[in-house]
Design a protein around this ligand. Sequence first.
Ligand code: UDP
Length: 570
Amino acid sequence: RQAAFRTDLSVLLDQVGGGKESLSFMKRRIRRLAQQWATAANHLGAKLGQRWRDQKKILIHVGFLTEESGDVFSPKVLKGGPLGEMVQWADILTALHVLGHNLKISMSVKELQGFLGVPPGRGSCPLTGPLPFDLIYTDYHGLQQMKQHMGLSLKKHKCHIRVIDTFGTEPAYNHEEYATLHGYRTNWGYWNLNARQYMTMFPHTPDNSFMGFVSEELNETEKRSIQQNKVNNMAVVYGKEASMWKQGKDSFLEILHKYMEVHGTVYYETQRPPEVPAFVKNHGLLPQHELQQLLRKAKLFIGFGFPYEGPAPLEAIANGCIFLQPKFQPPHSSLNHEFFRGKPTSREVFSQHPYAEEYIGRPYVMTVDYNNSLEFDSAIKEIMRTKVEPYLPYEYTCEGMLERVHAYLQNQDFCVPEPPFIPANFSRRGSASGSRVIRPLFVPLPNSTALGWASYVTAPTAWPPLSSLRLLVSQEGQSCVEACQSAGFICEPAHFHFINNKEALLEVQCEVVDSEINHILPAFSVMRRECSLQREPLLFSCAGHSPKYRRLCPCRDFLRGQVALCRDCL
Ligand code: UDP
């Protein structure tokens, strides 16, 4: 069946149910953004024209909100607990509904069993017969529950699963045997999925798919009125829980207070939290729409280093604030910071909000060393002088999210085998006609250089399409994430399949070509003139580097403001 856009959200709101504070929060959000979604649906509908869109049967099982997982989130919704996940789930539900798909929503193991048609009760009772859904969106908790209650059949159906995973999962952690043998084992990874089945909150781990969420959008009138009503010396502190304010924040808060009126939205029960200095005007935890109002007046939204990578800085920038945040030197990661410890990623985080730093940047975002009081002081002064307009990257608008999710739904299929690799021009080598071998233009070492490899391979069904592929060689010790980025591209794990061959390594002049199981492959060692191909497709990884190896990197182009999609992706 063809999917038709929906602009009425009442059926969705009924499906979400109620009772818990987390669900009420999500429903308030869905209602508040309804108009924005409807407008976006109309725009995208016009943009896509008469294109056929398959209607998918989708099960959404929100594992972290089930009682069976302990649901630590719901009781903290009104107490300063994390809300980012609920923001994202509310938006995923809405996007799938608006795109016109057929949804079933489960927030308990019982509902999960009901929808899957497995008998209720404990123990593993495999699902017999076909899976009644095209896709299942869940999270790590939900995955665990499905394993418990679907047993062996989960393996059979796992290509249909999408895991919403805020901080991302790198391939080395996802491959059970490899993770176990090489020290990448955590509490979360090792599901042996295709890493693109994990969907993140920000486009920070190109090995995963970027799902995202949305932020409030302003029309021209609102933008103008915001700019007229900005209070130039008003700052709002990012941190709704008192613990985010403790330890060593006093010195730079004092500096900030020299120039600006400082506001906070810190949760408290009866008394003012002692961590919050007396000069701070604390509003208590605000409902989302009231926070937006506060941000509309403020000039500065200031982060203290935690929480990492949340939605609030995007909302602040969308409401015309400048976001000031600390630089992390050395970077935070699962190796050195409690929060990231045990998360299935080695990603290094160089500031509180790397997306804001890298994708938005000045003048909207300033990332400075908070230990350097001079640098901090001059940043505040610069912010007070700088005028900015409200800004929201397209990928965080409703239309941007609908477009991206639409593209995934219609094109990502992890159940079919990879399309065959045909080295188009190479295959002519030695042919009867004696046609000349055309080699890719390989600009010599040591510079990483983008090659027009795509014209040498054909695979008409590949997505992203091969026209987006740029083959590139990293520096020694550089990951493909960095190598692609430094050339103005993004690493595209789907393209590894097409560059993991001798032909792609042709000009590197390796004396030996072997194949191994290692997440930095394909790569070659300059010293030993040895090339290695990847033997385990699940370990194709943009992340990962080794000082002795230059990696072969499959990069692709991307749309400005929509990094998940390439020029020919739609
Ligand atoms: N938020 C809110 N009231 C407040 C402060 C924050 O409703 O007083 C909302 C904010 O609009 C954002 C969400 O909390 O959408 C999550 O924000 P944050 O960036 O703090 O991420 P978290 O750590 O909660 O995931």
